[in-house]
Every structure is written in structure tokens, then in C-alpha cells.
Write a protein that binds this ligand. Sequence first.
Ligand code: 13P
Ligand code: SF4
Length: 306
Amino acid sequence: MHIEDKILNLKKKRNAVILAHYYQDEDIQDIADYVGDSLDLSRKAANTSCDTIVFCGVKFMAEVAKILNPMKNVIIPDLNAGCSLEQSCPSHSFKKFKEENPNHLIISYINCSAEIKALSDIIVTSSNAKKIIDQLPNNENIIFAPDQHLGSYLNKITGRNMLLWRGSCIVHETFSEKEIVKLKIRNPKSELIAHPECPEEILRHAEHIGSTSSLLRYTENSGSNSFIVATEPHIIHQMKKRAPQKEFIIAPGNDGSCSCSNCPFMELNTMEKLYHCLENNTPSIDMNSVLMRSAKKPLIKMLEMS
Ligand code: 13P
Ligand code: SF4
């Protein structure tokens, strides 16, 4: 029996739903019940009636599924699938930063640990951040963590002056402005699309900036037939499905190549590990219930405001 059939049989036996992020391997995206961005997947996790959620993404995403649905069994193919943004914001240092800057509302990007979520007032994703910030009073003092690039971009488009934690994503920091500009000159009809986790020197050349689902919608609806994609390249699988006639070029890094822009954490999940996690019902996300309750509040606030 093929591994795909074995996974589907086990999924049925366990009454499980498979959620996958756009950065997962193509075969994982194809077997998933839902493929989406962080916000879509949080909503699916909050509303599922299945007994088990198999989360094919990174650990903080699976933790969000568990926090929003604590009675469900949440499993992940590889528990080591972390995130550099999460790692760039340790909770003890952030606590100190928060104490040094009192009277600030804390807005945290969903790419952070449960401990950081518990220290926050509102969680945002790149899909809903502007909408949520725009609902807050203009004179509100805000700390934004952990992504400095997304934070600067949000400051620019909302006219705020949020105090930024200086974290970043190793994947979105690998793109080279010089190589992208050279590529644009060689492909004048190609549009640059970029995730807001990219530094400003990349974003300033982009025709469209947005979350993974926003980039996907843009490639489908834009009149252009060619795109330079400045985000994790596995999303191109969905872009090609929706617009097979269009061309997608992976944005280059410093050496002019692009293999460096695969997310090393997302890549830890494989079809074999997906099969084994369904077979053994492990590794599962187990969290302290007090931490889960504290981290849930800002997540619910996000779902209410978005
Ligand atoms: P999205 O919410 O846009 O899918 O982003 C998630 C992510 O990890 C980007 O690096
Ligand atoms: Fe984290 Fe960056 Fe990977 Fe997204 S691409 S999961 S932000 S390391």
C-alpha cells in the first residue's frame, strides 16, 4: 500500500483532521484536509469536530491549535520543528523588556512561544495585524514582538510608532536586494511579491506585500504572468495549482541561488513522520494548563478583532 493510502486509513481510524501550512512539502500539502496561512489554520483548529488534529507546520502553530482546543489531541510529525522568530524572543528577556517599558499594550506576532503569548495583550498574524492595530486608539503606546521587520512595515502602513523587539526570521533575511534588483532588470515584466517578514530593503522593491494567503490570492488575480517570490518557496506549489500558465521565480539569496530560502524547521516534517505520528498518536502537544489559559486570552482577542 502507498504511504498516502496508509495515512488516509489512519486518519479515518483516528477521526483526525490534517492541517498543513503553505511552507510544507508538496506531498504533505496534497494529503492535508486544509492548507492555509497561520490565521486560516488557527480558525480551522478552533472549529474542528475531529478528535485529533495533525498539525503539519511548526510547533508554535500546533501549540495554538492545542490552546484553542485543549480537549483535542494535537499531534505534529516532528516536535523539533521550531521557528527562528520564536527563538529570537526568550521569555525571560522579554519580561525584562516589558518591565523596562511600562504602560505599553503588548501586541505579539503569532510566531512566538506560548510564554510570550501569555505576556501579551493581543496576538496578530500577518493577515490581520493592520486590521487589529487600526482598531486601537491612536495614542496607545504599543510594544510589538518578536519580528522587527514585520513591526517596521506595520509602523509604516499604520502610521504608528510601536516599540519593536529586534527578532527576525532566518528564511526571510536570506534574500539579497542586489540579486533581486538584477533579476528584476532581466525580467522586467515580473512582479516581486514579498512576505512582510522580509527586511525593508527587499520590501521597497515589491509590487505586493502580504501574508502567504495574500501572496497566493495576488498571483491568481494579478494581470501579470510572472512573479519573483520572496517567501518560503513551497508556497509556489499552490500558486502553480491556481495559475498553471504563470511563471514563478524563487527570489535569490546572496550567491544568486535560492535553495537557502527553504525553512529548515518546516522541512523537518516528512510524509514518513506524518504516517508514524498518526500510527503512534505521538509526538503530541502537551502544555501546562495555567500557561494555556493565559496564552488563550490574547489569541481569543485576535479572533474577535479579525
Ligand atoms: P503566514 O501567516 O503569512 O502564513 O506566515 C507564517 C510564517 O511563518 C511566515 O514565515
Ligand atoms: Fe519561522 Fe521563518 Fe520558518 Fe516562518 S519561515 S516558520 S518565521 S523560521
